[in-house]
Design a protein around this ligand. Sequence first.
Ligand code: FE2
Length: 253
Amino acid sequence: MDRRTFNQKFSQGLVGFAFLETFIGQDLFAQKISPITNQWARELNTICQDLKTQEISQALWQQRVESLLQRISLTDLMKSIDFERVIRTMKYPDLGVTAKMVRFPRLSGVPARTVFAKKIFGMQKGRAIIPHGHQNMASAHLILRGDFDVKHYDKISENAQEMIIKPTILKVGKAGDATSISDEKDNVHWYQALTDKAYTFDVIVFNLNPQQGKSYDISNIDPDEGKNIGNGMIQVPKLTVAQGLKKYGKSHH
Ligand SMILES: [Fe+2]
């Protein structure tokens, strides 16, 4: 066999394999989704659409999405996002975390392109989703596996250099626990893995207010350098991604 024929056969083989895998995978995959999971995904889609069209407030979305996330069986959800297969392809960085977009299988009553994105975050022990706040975005995180040090803060105000925050959630989160963020409530989040490995499932809705101009923004902050300024408020410096990862990406004790 000459090289050209070999390459042809080789690439055909690869394509054939990938196609077969996708086909079989999706077929079996679809059968695993229970009517309860399908109904749950429909409800999730509805509340995310209601958030996007401003039918419900961001704080109400947070309440609803947290209770939805805490209601689903983790086994069913993990099956529906093909969790085990997705995490087999993850490469865990020494500082910080890795994330992969996931999809639901084709579900009745849920559009193929939803208004929300879905991601699995994975990390090794001691690594963190470093402390940061968002603008013009809402997201919710459900712990799928492992324990986390979970911290949230309300964002009171910010300028280019600093943010004023107020602690709202400080707990050890376990599989099945969910928290969320929005511009209205618990905006700053910080998840540190206490066990090896640890994973969250995230539901993200971008660009909630198209009039805001800047569609989306993230600010990393430095809570360890915070100054108490009264009424439970803390003034903290902002950090670049590199600074944030260096200081908070991995636990140093
Ligand atoms: Fe975030």
